[in-house]
Design a protein around this ligand. Structure first.
Ligand SMILES: [Mg+2]
Length: 179
């Protein structure tokens, strides 16, 4: 039991191959009011300073559903600011995920419940852990590019192990959408 709970903290509520396949209308109808989105390997190639066509498509899609969006990244503020400006979206750099400090502060400022917030990213030990701790609905997306920072690459093996365990423990008949 304890071991199960211990592993649960990194378990995403949902998984998606990419940001375009997320059912934004469904989440909106379920009460989602706000979206936190990771940058590196979620929305963009690691180290990007300017949004590409895919990122524009994603942001337009989220806007079409009238969902406010904030980019949430552990990378340095000056790059995140430049990147976010290329999409004209709100941002928080140096977020120190899995810390929830900035997430909680932002939601308080906006008066949005964490449970009505999506947190989307490509890493279990930063994005998903932070989102789960903060009480957000979490979505793990597949990493967009193979290029990654060394410290990220070394965590991928452990992520794969956990994801395979989550898959094995899923009752697919009951949860066709959830994991
Ligand atoms: Mg990332």
């Amino acid at each position: 039991m304890l071991r199960k709970l211990y592993l649960e903290k990194w378990k995403p509520d949902y998984k998606a191959d990419n940001l375009l396949e997320i059912d934004w209308a469904e989440f909106k109808s379920e009460g989602i009011e706000f979206v936190f989105l990771d940058i590196d390997n979620t929305l963009a190639e690691h180290g990007s300073r300017q949004a590409d066509q895919y990122a524009h498509q994603v942001v337009n899609l989220i806007r079409e559903h009238d969902l406010p969006l904030c980019i949430l990244s552990n990378a340095l503020n000056d790059r995140i600011e430049e990147y976010a400006k290329s999409l004209n979206v709100d941002f928080m750099g140096q977020a120190n995920k899995p810390s929830t400090k900035q997430i909680t502060a932002k939601l308080k400022e906006l008066n949005v419940e964490p449970g009505n917030t999506l947190l989307i990213g490509d890493q279990l030990f930063t994005d998903i852990w932070a989102g789960n701790k903060a009480g957000c609905v979490t979505i793990l997306v597949k990493q967009r590019f193979l290029k990654e920072a060394f410290q990220v690459r070394i965590k991928r093996g452990l992520e794969r192990f956990l994801l395979s365990r989550y898959d094995n423990h899923t009752d697919k008949a009951k949860n066709s959408d959830r994991n």
